[in-house]
Design a protein around this ligand. Structure first.
Ligand code: TMP
Ligand code: MG
Length: 212
């Protein structure tokens, strides 16, 4: 049964290029909040478990020929298909930690020279994160971390372009973090900020006005 309380969870987002340490910090935050008894869930985009997610996964692994705009819209559709579930979770008072979202959507597609405004438009009206931890690092340094993986976008030159677009997307809710710092040092800040945001969000309405 749905909670009747008006207390909502916080939407905490991690963004950044490949290999920046987003998943590590997201998992760490999840574990600490959970241990503190804070209701929390971890979410990841692309969500490869859905039908659309399977198509995205196949694209990333095979680099198969798909129009740049078509794959962009699939990434966006993958967020839209999760919106109502994410909304229910947040309204139920559970904090959502999300690993990548629409900012990645725009950064990776605009790095292929698609127009920025066109890239943003399909995600307009999605749930708005309460805070974005942008894990920032030069592609050169990311590459040193044992190299990139095998997936389509994991190339140094491309990642550098992606980072440039991310810079254009920074908003008031962004906390830019130096991803070269140690896991522990980064987490100290992320953990503190997250608890603060969770408190602040409790009485506030959930926003569904991304880029409006
Ligand atoms: P992952 O490595 O976090 O699983 O993401 C897979 C790749 O997909 C990664 O290179 C970033 C890219 N991506 C997009 O191009 N558009 C999107 O909307 C998202 C969420 C990820
Ligand atoms: Mg990856």
């Amino acid at each position: 049964e749905k909670s009747k309380s008006s207390i909502r969870g916080a939407f905490i987002l991690f963004e950044g290029c490949d290999r920046a340490g987003k998943s590590t910090q997201a998992a760490k935050l999840f574990e600490s909040l959970d241990a503190l008894g804070v209701p929390v869930k971890l979410w990841k985009f692309p969500d490869r478990t859905t039908l659309i997610g399977h198509m995205i996964d196949k694209y990333l692994k095979s680099g198969h020929d798909l129009d740049d705009r078509a794959i962009h819209l699939l990434f966006s559709a993958n967020r839209w298909e999760c919106k109502s579930v994410m909304k229910d979770i947040l309204l139920d008072g559970t904090t959502l930690i999300v690993d990548r979202y629409a900012y990645s959507g725009v950064a990776y597609s605009a790095a292929k020279d698609l127009e920025l405004e066109w890239c943003k438009s399909p995600d307009i009206g999605l749930l708005t994160p309460d805070i974005v931890f942008f894990m920032d690092m030069k592609a050169e340094e990311a590459a040193k971390r044992g190299g990139f993986g095998e997936e389509l976008y994991e190339k140094k030159e491309f990642q550098e372009k992606v980072r440039d677009v991310f810079m254009l997307l920074k908003e008031r809710t962004w906390e830019t973090l130096d991803a070269r710092k140690s896991v522990t040092e980064l987490y100290e800040h992320i953990g503190k900020m997250s608890l603060k945001i969770i408190q602040e969000c409790k009485g506030l309405p959930l926003k569904e006005d991304l880029w409006k």
